[in-house]
Write a protein of this length. Structure first.
Ligand SMILES: NC(=O)c1ccc[n+]([C@@H]2O[C@H](COP(=O)([O-])OP(=O)(O)OC[C@H]3O[C@@H](n4cnc5c(N)ncnc54)[C@H](OP(=O)(O)O)[C@@H]3O)[C@@H](O)[C@H]2O)c1
Length: 280
């Protein structure tokens, strides 16, 4: 019997870490795509001591940098003929306008363009697997941010709209994957994990401010174990969650702008052009 393989981005903190720790028992081999290999190595040792029979492979991948994403995808394709399940989890919030090394607004680069390129590059080997599953960790923040051109470098920056648009992009990506590849057996789910107490946003506003904001909002946040449950359920129950948007585990219709086919087409086409790709 062939080994089952899970690949996950952003496994070194928060929802990704809780997800991979919970799923490690149900896979034979886990690929940890990390921007920080020191944190990745620590996680690898943690996983191996809890699951001695597990195989863990570390891959360096900075999703804000397209050349790093390409290098990671090449390394994976050289080593693996298939991936059963790809979890696009990594993401970040920036409270000020920053640019990626490729010149894009940093949240759009990290949360959308990098994951789009990675998904494009790994899709053939996901389709090679028996399981054929992709999970996209999106966010309910898409609700506050209808898509608007220019897409990858907005004229005006504000963190809520910038983050929301990057997560709306991931929602469009999940819808596109589902529509284009469901007939080939691909099972795609977009997940909003809820408001989860993690490191997100803290690094960019300074630890003290981050702790204060999270402290004030803490009654509204769930733990990483609770927050990761919707991602874990999506992986474990594709018969329930394939082709849908899971809002904290509940299959939910997306808002009008979140399912605007015309805007999705325009946005996906602009992405393909920007990344020099002919198709997803
Ligand atoms: N927390 C929430 O309330 C919430 C709500 C809705 C959606 N989400 C989504 O959930 C996902 C996980 O976030 P989280 O809340 O668990 O945050 P987190 O604790 O900050 O974890 C984010 C993960 O993404 C990684 N990451 C950040 N920038 C990266 C980059 N440039 N390249 C590669 N990896 C990068 C981080 O790596 P390091 O460990 O090296 O920092 C970390 O492993 C994100 O997509 C986020 O948008 C979160």
């Amino acid at each position: 019997m062939s080994e089952s393989i899970l690949a996950i981005t952003g496994p070194t903190s928060g929802i990704g870490k809780a997800t991979v720790k919970a799923l490690a028992a149900s896979f034979d081999h886990v690929l940890l795509l990390c921007r920080n290999l020191t944190k990745g190595e620590q996680l690898k040792q943690e996983l191996l001591s809890a699951h001695p029979k597990l195989t863990v492979t570390l891959i360096h991948c900075d999703l804000s940098d397209l050349s790093s994403v390409n290098a990671a995808a090449t390394e994976i394709r050289e080593q693996f003929m298939y991936i059963d399940c790809l979890v696009n989890n990594a993401g970040m919030v920036s409270t000020s306008r920053k640019q990626s090394v490729d010149g894009y607004e940093l949240m759009m680069a990290t949360n959308y363009l990098g994951p789009f390129l990675l998904t494009h590059a790994l899709l053939p080997i996901v389709l090679n697997s028996d399981r054929k599953q992709i999970i996209v960790v999106s966010s309910g923040a898409y609700k506050f941010a209808p898509m608007k051109a220019p897409f990858f470098n907005p004229k005006h920056f504000d963190p809520i709209t910038g983050y929301g648009r990057s997560k709306l992009g991931t929602l469009y990506l999940a819808q596109e994957l589902h529509e284009m590849y469901k007939n080939q057996g691909l099972r795609t789910t977009a997940v909003h994990p809820g408001m989860v107490s993690t490191n997100i946003g803290k690094n960019n506003v300074g630890q003290k401010v981050g702790d204060l904001v999270f402290g004030l909002l803490s009654p509204f946040f769930v733990t990483v174990e609770e927050g990761s449950q919707s991602v874990i359920s999506a992986v474990q129950q594709p018969e329930v969650y394939a082709g849908v948007y899971s809002d904290e585990g509940t299959v939910t219709a997306v808002k009008k702008h979140g399912s605007d086919f015309k805007m999705r087409r325009t946005f996906i086409d602009a992405t393909l052009k920007e990344l020099n790709l002919s198709t997803l």
